[in-house]
Design a protein around this ligand. Structure first.
Ligand SMILES: Cc1cc2nc3c(=O)[nH]c(=O)nc-3n(C[C@H](O)[C@H](O)[C@H](O)COP(=O)(O)O)c2cc1C
Length: 404
């Protein structure tokens, strides 16, 4: 159960269609123990009444910067100082643009500029607006400034279109707010994890894949979330349950996984590649189902791009951790992968047996980094993930402090 006990949250509501969901955000923040005060932009009042938000928050709602009565009591400066965090849900494209520019021409943006508290935004807009380069630039600038972006999700939209731009669910927003106050060793750090297998299509009904279950990656995502990180999990097809508080991006092919990882890379501080990415894919996927005709069938395979090597070689590469799933010569192969791909760390595990590795509940790992190694004894994958994360954090912190 997420606790925001005693935390004071300023919730800003801007004028998007998702404003109808903001009372639920208030309710869930309060359920988690937070005190919530709401500010609405004038546009937001076109979508939902201040009275509704007053009722669910238990406090008067402010909409107007130039309100003589309010400015005499809890004025905008006091209000900004009051908040332990400033959360905007939904955040319109226009609001994000104003925030990026440092405008203060309405109460909501003025409060953002006055407040020294962490700022989280949950964007919600039409998918074209979201994908417009202007919005992408605003988001990148805000992220670089430390603003936390929660969501958006993808799916059908109020305007009838389908795509990214749906406001994150209320419980995701509450988890993201809780992350702000988490005191774990990875508090506020951005961790990107890949998990599961990929599927490389042969025709519309057949594919090449492997036995990876995704258990290890999902366990690591849970452990990183517990340590306070903001975790994104890029997952191939698995039956694993979405971990609470973790952003999951589902992909099928190695090429899709590559793109999803590259999209997240700029803000990633730690990358852990646990996914069993197909090294090869069929050169051509048949558009129609291939029929049996009794003769031999040849599939020509071409190599996929190497996600791990690309991450490690990127400009401002994150602390990059790879996995080596091997059937023999475990340590020698892992050592060579560590050096060849210029990784910061590699976790090696034996696969091929039934007791550990792919698809099993237990695993054991040998973790190698330049100059040293550590054996993590056989344990259930979540316990092992927590131990591995401790090793990662130690190396990550020592790299950041400049010591080796
Ligand atoms: C029916 C309707 C729905 C809208 N939905 C959204 C939306 O979901 N996201 C968004 O960014 N803008 C949306 N807009 C546009 C914003 O309301 C407009 O840009 C406004 O100036 C935002 O003001 P604010 O950022 O001060 O709240 C919508 C406008 C209308 C008329």
């Amino acid at each position: 159960m997420i606790s925001l006990n005693g935390k004071r949250i300023l919730l800003l509501v801007s004028g998007g269609i998702a404003a109808y969901k903001s009372p639920d955000v208030v309710r869930r923040l309060r359920d988690a123990g937070a005190e919530v005060r709401v500010i609405m932009t004038p546009s937001a009042t076109e979508f939902i009444t201040p009275l509704t938000l007053q009722a669910v928050s238990g406090h008067a709602v402010r909409c107007d910067l130039f309100d003589p009565t309010a400015e005499a009591a809890m004025g905008h400066i006091e209000l900004a100082r009051w908040g332990d965090a400033v959360v905007t849900a939904p955040a319109t494209a226009d609001f994000l643009a104003r925030l990026r520019l440092g405008q203060a021409n309405d109460l909501a943006t003025a409060v953002c500029l006055v407040s020294a508290a962490p700022v989280l935004v949950a964007p919600a807009m039409n998918q074209q607006m979201w994908q417009h380069p202007a919005t992408a630039e605003n988001l990148a600038a805000l992220t670089a400034r430390g603003v936390i972006i929660c969501g958006p999700g993808s799916g059908s939209q109020a305007c009838g279109e389908v795509g990214p731009g749906r406001m994150a669910e209320a419980d995701e927003i509450v988890s993201a707010v809780a992350r702000i106050f988490a005191t774990g060793r990875l508090a506020g750090r951005r961790v990107l994890i890949t998990a599961g297998p990929t599927r490389e299509p042969i025709d519309p009904v057949r594919y090449i894949s492997n036995h990876s279950s995704g258990k290890m990656g999902y366990a690591l995502a849970i452990a990183a979330h517990e340590a306070g990180a903001l975790v994104t999990l890029v997952s191939g097809p698995t039956v694993q349950t979405k971990p609470e508080g973790v952003t999951v991006k589902s992909v099928e092919t190695a090429a899709e996984m590559y793109s999803a990882v590259m999209q997240e890379l700029e803000t990633t501080e730690i990358f852990v590649g646990t996914a069993a990415v197909a090294d090869y894919r069929p050169e051509f996927a048949s558009a129609g189902k291939i029929k049996r005709d009794g003769s031999a069938l040849e599939l020509r395979l071409v190599p996929n791009r190497d996600i791990l090597a690309a991450v490690a070689a990127s400009a401002n590469a994150p602390f990059t951790v790879g996995f080596a799933a091997e059937t023999d010569n475990l340590i020698a192969n892992a050592e060579s992968k560590l050096q060849r791909k210029k990784l910061d760390m590699i976790a090696a595990n034996l696969v091929g047996g039934h007791e550990i590795g792919f698809n099993s509940d237990d695993n054991e790992l040998t973790v190698l980094w330049p100059g040293s190694s550590k054996v993590l004894e056989r344990a259930p994958k979540l316990r092992l993930a927590r131990s591995l994360l401790e090793v990662i954090v130690e190396r990550f912190e020592s790299r950041n402090s400049g010591s080796n």
